[in-house]
Ligand binder design. Structure first.
Ligand code: ADP
Ligand code: MG
Length: 386
């Protein structure tokens, strides 16, 4: 069901409680990657231009319901001032009299950020009282935090009960649009590329997408659980023995030629092999696999990629991941990527802009594509039917 958009709201002079995902990586108080902040700028600029009085809220890290200033959002407010080129008030409390007073003093076009939602135990508990307090910070509600939409927390779910209008921001809409196209699988060939460390994390996603994908290319650490299920030698490569039967079932259910597994491998010390020797550790897909994957990707009309093909943090073991990144970037179809590490690899390779859409939501995008309903999306108001 399409959701109410921020563009459907009457915003002028109204207080807009806006949930964003500013859960950015930080090192010693410095933001090391601000892409989650810049990804919300279209919504924030729109709110300002339309005279909204914007109260932003987000979580950062895992302070577990207690105040822990290691996770304060203050540096995020300062960073946002620079990238938004506007004053951003920071409220050192999340809810309560001070936050309410600062909100009441916001001018049209003004923006403030309240302190980390997870300093309050009520956030993750989806507590009704905390939801009500949060709701005091807005006349209307906008959710642009796709990355947090798979959690039923106060700021993503509970709070919406206190608003007649709970709308999606532009980032949320964009994520739902592109990931929705992947899920709908109306365009073919539809190619899914999966990698990363663990098969267990992604089995629900694989089995869901296997119903619609023309090709499933499996690389990375998870590939060895599948190769073991096929009875291939995997030496000392990463394997999840508990998931070998499930991987075997998936292979059995797959159509002939649908699932492509690595046929050659780069071992830890850099040797390329077609058969993994005893005690050999496969750490990247080999050149023949890269070529086969690239051939499957080239004609695709829609591609979804999640998870690196090897231990990309340790060049030259990034070569397989980079080869796939180049193949996806060169594909003229709709190309969508998601996942923390794969997106980091894409960014490092400078190819991010060549994709149609790079999801900001790791866990949320995986749950969405596994066919699950995201509570933060379900809680939004439906768009009026045209
Ligand atoms: P994403 O964050 O993109 O969803 P994951 O978190 O599932 O990806 O997996 C990323 C990790 O997988 C990386 O740290 C990478 O080193 C590891 N990995 C990839 N291939 C292998 C392999 N062959 N052996 C061991 N680890 C691997
Ligand atoms: Mg990861």
């Amino acid at each position: 069901m399409p959701k109410l958009s921020v563009a459907d709201l009457d915003l002028s002079g109204r207080l807009v409680l806006t949930r964003v995902d500013f859960n950015v990586p930080m090192h010693q108080g410095v933001i090391t990657d601000d892409s989650r902040i810049t990804a919300t700028l279209p919504t924030l600029r729109y709110l300002r231009e339309h005279g909204a009085r914007t109260v932003l809220c987000s979580h950062l890290g895992r302070p577990k319901g207690k105040i822990d200033l290691k996770y304060t959002l203050r540096p995020v407010a300062e960073h946002l001032e620079r990238v938004l080129d506007a004053n951003v008030g920071f409220c050192p409390e999340t809810v309560g009299p001070l936050a309410n007073e600062m909100a009441s003093k916001l001018e049209p076009g003004g923006v403030m950020l309240v302190e980390n939602l997870r300093f309050q135990a009520g956030e993750e508990a989806n507590d009704e009282g905390f939801s009500r307090q949060l709701a005091e910070l807005g006349d209307v509600y906008v959710n642009d935090a796709f990355g947090a939409a798979h959690r039923a927390h106060a700021s993503t779910a509970g709070v919406t009960r206190f608003f007649t209008e709970a709308a999606a921001g532009f980032l949320m809409l964009r994520e739902l649009d592109y990931l929705g196209r992947v899920l709908a699988a109306k365009e073919h060939p539809f190619v899914v590329i999966l990698g990363g460390a663990k098969a267990s994390d992604k089995l629900p996603l694989i089995s869901h997408l296997a119903r619609t994908a023309d090709h499933l290319l499996i690389g990375g650490g998870m590939a060895y659980t599948f190769l073991r299920a096929k009875g291939k030698p995997i030496g000392d490569s990463l394997v999840q023995d508990d998931f070998v039967p499930a991987a075997g079932d998936l292979l059995k259910q797959a159509k002939h030629g649908q699932i492509l597994l690595p046929t050659d491998h780069v071992l830890e010390e850099g040797t390329v092999v077609h058969e993994i020797p005893a005690h050999g550790k496969a750490m990247d897909i080999g050149p023949a696999t890269r070529a086969a994957f690239a051939r499957a990707i080239a004609p695709a009309r829609i591609v979804f990629w999640n998870g690196p093909m090897g231990v990309f943090e340790r060049p030259p073991l990034d070569a397989g991941t980079l080869a796939v990144a180049r193949a996806v970037a060169g594909c003229p179809g709709v190309t969508v990527a998601g996942g923390g590490d794969s997106v980091a690899a894409l960014r490092a390779s400078g190819l991010e802009d060549k994709l149609t859409h790079v999801s900001t939501g790791g866990g949320a995008s995986l749950e969405f594509l596994a066919g699950d309903t995201l509570p933060g999306v379900a809680a939004l108001t439906e768009a009026p039917s045209a």
